[in-house]
Design a protein around this ligand. Structure first.
Ligand code: AP5
Ligand code: MG
Length: 197
């Protein structure tokens, strides 16, 4: 399997680039944000609880997102692999992902981290808020989402760095330019880690 953790702050382009990656490599896209928004849209009890947390820009409890991930892994366990978008967001989630994949004799191949400065993130998300709008795309919540990312989520990069799986990618430019950098990163990484004959 090719299992890519697509990492980065809110607005860095995880969702945009994940769509392209799954097409190119025929992978399954798992976005915990999208899964949670679908619970909210369906007004489930989990969704009602999650909505308050998401509208404040805070993180939903680890157990909830881990449960969602385990369900998706089981559904697609015989597929070619996954793009994890917006997950793991805490070191605890990263540890749990490792355990869950180990149950299928699998592991995270690499973590690709889209690097985009705060001013650009704000610009992108404020624009989306004005155009289509997610309820968390307002300036106050966006700033809190970025603060939460810096405080609670950045440590996940150190977790993967220790395993030599962390690959930073410049997330500024056109969508296609960034995608090319990601593909080069995936192919360079795979080549380097290919088993020697
Ligand atoms: P989530 O849905 O994951 O949102 P996020 O991380 O805040 O990020 P976004 O989805 O807003 O941005 P993105 O990086 O996907 O960028 P996109 O491609 O959309 O999480 C939402 C909430 O759910 C969290 O706050 C939390 O409450 C909860 N949650 C989710 N996962 C969780 C977890 N694991 N644990 C706990 N809680 C969790 O692009 C953004 C915009 O920029 C778009 O309009 C796009 O068109 C535009 N754009 C993309 N690329 C470019 C480019 N190159 N140049 C210019 N504009 C661009
Ligand atoms: Mg997204």
């Amino acid at each position: 399997m090719l299992n890519i953790v697509l990492f980065g702050p809110p607005g860095s382009g995880k969702g945009t680039q994940a769509e392209k990656l799954i097409k190119k490599y025929n992978l399954i896209h798992i976005s915990t944000g999208d899964l949670l928004r679908s619970e909210v849209a369906n007004k489930t009890s989990l969704g009602m609880e999650a909505k308050k947390i998401m509208d404040a820009g805070e993180l939903v409890p680890d157990e909830i997102v881990i449960g969602m991930i385990r369900k998706k892994l089981e559904e697609h366990k015989s597929g070619p692999g996954f793009v994890f978008d917006g997950f793991p967001r805490t070191v605890e989630q990263a540890r749990e992902l490792r355990k869950a994949l180990t149950d299928y004799d699998e592991r995270v191949t690499m973590e690709i981290s889209l690097e985009v400065p705060r001013e650009e993130l704000l610009k992108r998300l404020v624009k989306r808020g004005e155009e289509s709008g997610r309820s968390d795309d307002n300036e106050q919540t966006i700033n809190n989402r970025i603060d939460v990312y810096e405080r609670q989520t950045v440590p996940v990069t150190y977790y993967y760095e220790k395993m030599h799986k962390h690959v930073p990618v410049n997330g500024i430019g056109t969508i296609d330019q960034i995608f090319k950098r990601i593909v080069d990163a995936v192919e360079g990484f795979e080549k380097f880690h290919e088993p020697k004959a």
